[in-house]
Ligand binder design. Structure first.
Ligand SMILES: [Zn+2]
Length: 213
């Protein structure tokens, strides 16, 4: 386990939002019955070296334990699935001077290439809190969640156009990894956890927050 020296803590806003998602039932455990049999998986995530081992390890162990799926192809991009949306501020980054990169196109290309080489029964599109790449763009926790979901929409729209003829479309799941280290209560929740993010409860939470604003 990494030390906390390089780990951004959850903000109070992020913690309140996550706790609201938990109460609304938007964050649920992955259901082993819904993972396809055999094949391989692709995990799209941020490149955060403090959180990636836990996030990747969760998906590897989950798929391996429940479906014997041991080949998990990583697609690591700063911000993970938050870069995929056409309107994401993370999509095109000029953080490195004179080196603009379309991270959305890179993420999609890496996902497609991984699929062509390894095949994929399931794609785990996994955003995370807290995320330094998202924080660099001052994204609210609500906007981050919206970008995680719209990232899945991009995959759902784009993947079928690029699949080999007759190939079945992989299942695509939106997930969230949370590092609670900065707000962990003694004897309480896990240090880190990965959940499936459910759209309707998320939409309900976002709608209530819109009304309250
Ligand atoms: Zn990140």
């Amino acid at each position: 386990m990494s030390s906390t020296a390089s780990r951004l803590p959850l903000s109070q806003d992020e913690l309140r939002f996550i706790e609201e998602l938990e109460r609304a039932g938007a964050l649920v455990n992955m259901d082993p019955q819904r993972v396809p049999d055999g094949g391989s998986a692709t995990v799209i995530s941020c490149f955060d070296g403090d959180r990636f081992p836990d996030l990747y390890g969760f998906h590897r162990d989950f798929c391996g334990a429940h479906k014997g799926m041991n080949c998990i192809t990583p697609v690591c991009i700063p911000g993970g699935p938050a870069v995929l949306s056409e309107h994401s501020p993370l999509r095109t980054s000029t953080v490195i001077k004179d080196l603009p990169i379309d991270w959305g196109a890179v993420a999609l290309s890496k996902t497609l290439l991984g699929f062509q080489i390894k095949g994929a029964g399931i794609i785990k599109s996994t955003g995370h809190y807290p995320c330094a790449a998202c924080r660099a763009h001052s994204l609210s926790p609500e906007t981050m969640a919206e970008l995680f979901v719209t990232g899945t929409d991009v995959l759902l729209a784009q993947l079928p156009k690029h699949l080999p003829q007759g190939a079945p479309s992989p299942k695509i799941v939106t997930c969230v990894h949370i590092d609670y280290f900065s707000h962990r209560k003694s004897g309480g929740r896990k240090l880190m956890a990965t959940y499936k993010l459910l759209r309707q409860p998320l939409a309900d939470v976002l709608g209530r927050r819109d009304q309250a604003a």
